[in-house]
Design a protein around this ligand. Structure first.
Ligand code: XMP
Length: 515
């Protein structure tokens, strides 16, 4: 595998993604990873990512200098290149007089170099368009290194030592804007690290299946909380392939799911898999706990807590359970700052209240996969598109889409309106722009007139947003005719609703959800 050392920002993840696209496994590690550990593992090359810091700053993220002694090929990108210059004898870094941000013209100085020869192919007038973003520059070459490329503002824009197999580039080969960037990474991975192409999703599935069979003994069982979301569904399908009916999926119906969702998930998984599906109807239990609760955070706490209790009550009834499976994916791992620990299995002491004798091991087969890889694996395993491409849905479900207290009646109203909205929206021209779409039921009533009668009913608020990562979002410009159709259907088909509004606020300043 290739290790990508993360020095901050989103760069490392993007580099790892690019390498995996080349068919080679890449893993992101933080800069304080244990180098000695990797001498034992089959690391064939290391990439230092870019990062927002300056290597000259006192608190700059560093790396253990031992890394230069293990004789593995290294490619430093941007900050990573400067780090090489800082650590190796002779090298030097300084703040540049002219900072470089955005596009720059790179001139190749040594077209015969093992890493750079390939870029020759892309040059126009001997220059290559690359993407730069840096304030410091390498000003002195480490001993034995050659200058390989320069730009107008950065005389040493790339350097390398073919003897040591250590290279540095000031530009970002991982971004689309760098011409030939992908080829450069390819060259590093295959020509310099001698990698083999073996990261295909079919092979990953086979490997994971073998791994799960190996970890879970013949006579032991696994429990998994199935929500019907992408990650837990793909995890279920994968573990099903490995151990079939020894996988026990617990589906907690808390009554806060969307229209027919509970039935659909249960039907789909019981018809298409050999897993044991334990559906728990906890609707009344949740409604009782949530009675009169209006504070959003209080609702979240109650729902989360109750969910674990219901899950555990069921899990205890199942014999011979040794593992608790979870649909944790790579972004969860990186975001929790846990990427050092990217093993598939670790000891886990209880979910919360399971008795001690049930100390379970955590089984997380998707832990090293990116979301799009998880989706592709889901498709490979035969999961339908509706499931694999499902919108994100919050754990507390409709509980945080009913403003104020939650009742069975309100849930019924919201479910129907929400279904009509999503159904019509999916048929419209803007369907592919939607990241999340749902209806909200506020805690007010308003006056209306239907036929000859005055009504006093609920309004429904529609929300549809486009987004990339839910951090920011914009409201979707739904055509007026579509909104009109949706509005008419909702007031006609959903009792007690006499008004429909569309939320036209972006995030920030609003959030995606209303609570
Ligand atoms: P906001 O409303 O903060 O939502 O813009 C961002 C994303 O997070 C989802 N969300 C949640 N997901 N539990 C979850 O599992 C929650 O309590 C929760 N609150 C918000 C939201 O649906 C959106 O995708």
């Amino acid at each position: 595998k290739i290790l990508v050392v993360d020095f901050g920002g989103q760069y490392a993840r993007m580099i790892a993604r690019r390498i995996r696209d080349l068919g080679v496994y890449a893993e992101v590690v933080t800069n304080d990873f244990e180098i000695s550990k990797f001498a034992k593992e089959d690391v064939i090359g290391i990439i230092f990512s870019g990062g927002p810091a300056s290597t000259i700053a006192e608190d700059a993220p560093m790396i253990d200098p031992e890394i230069f002694k293990i004789e593995k090929p290294i490619l430093g990108i941007c900050y990573g290149m400067q780090l090489i210059a800082k650590f190796l004898p002779g090298g030097g870094v300084k703040p540049s007089d002219k900072k470089e941000f955005g596009r720059a013209q790179l001139e190749l100085l040594d077209k015969d170099d093992k890493l750079f020869s390939v870029l020759d192919y892309f040059t126009v007038d001997n220059k290559l368009s690359v993407w730069m973003s840096h304030g410091d520059s390498v000003v002195e070459l480490p001993t034995g290194f050659k200058k390989l490329a320069s730009t107008e503002n950065t005389p040493i824009a790339a350097f390398g030592s073919s003897e040591l197999s250590i290279y540095g580039v000031q530009f970002h080969p991982e971004v689309e804007h760098t011409t030939g960037g992908k080829e450069l990474l390819k060259r590093f991975v295959f020509a310099i690290c001698d990698a083999e192409k073996n990261w295909t999703l079919e092979e990953i599935v086979d490997e994971k299946v073998a791994e799960i069979r190996n970890l879970v003994q013949e006579d032991s069982n696994v429990v998994l909380g199935l929500s019907g979301g992408v990650d837990s569904s793909v995890a279920a399908a994968l573990i099903d392939k490995a151990i079939g009916s020894r996988l026990h999926c617990i589906f907690v119906d808390h009554g806060l799911l969307r229209y027919k969702e509970s039935e659909q998930v249960q039907k789909y998984f019981s018809e298409n898999f050999s897993i044991n599906l334990h559906a728990v109807d906890a609707v009344d239990r949740f409604l009782e706990e949530l009675k009169g609760v209006t504070d959003p955070e209080e609702k979240r706490k109650i729902i989360g807590h109750e969910f674990i209790k219901v899950f555990e009550d069921k899990a205890i009834e199942i014999d011979g359970v040794t593992h608790l499976a979870q649909g944790t994916i790579y972004s969860d791992v990186i975001e929790s700052g846990d990427s050092k620990n990217s093993v598939t299995i670790k000891s886990h002491h209880n979910v919360g209240g399971l008795p001690d004798e049930m100390e379970l091991k955590l089984l997380e087969p998707l832990r090293d996969l990116f979301k799009d890889e998880v989706r592709e694996i889901g498709s490979l395993l035969g999961l339908p598109d509706e499931l694999v491409w499902r919108q994100p849905f919050p754990g507390p479900g409709l509980g945080i889409r009913i403003i104020g207290d939650i009742t069975a009646e309100k849930l019924d109203i919201l479910r129907k309106a929400d279904y009509i909205f999503r159904e019509e929206l999916s048929k419209s021209d803007v369907a592919d722009k939607v990241w999340q779409s749902f209806a909200v039921l506020p805690d007010i009533k308003s006056v209306g007139v239907m036929g000859d009668e005055r009504t006093y009913g609920y309004p429904i608020i529609l929300r549809a947003v486009s987004s990339i990562d839910a951090m920011t979002a914009d409201w979707v410009r739904i055509p007026g005719e579509t909104l009109d159709l949706i509005s008419r259907r909702i007031v006609n088909e959903v009792e007690k609703v006499n008004r429909v509004a569309y939320d036209i606020t972006s995030k920030p300043p609003a959030t995606i959800e209303w609570e």
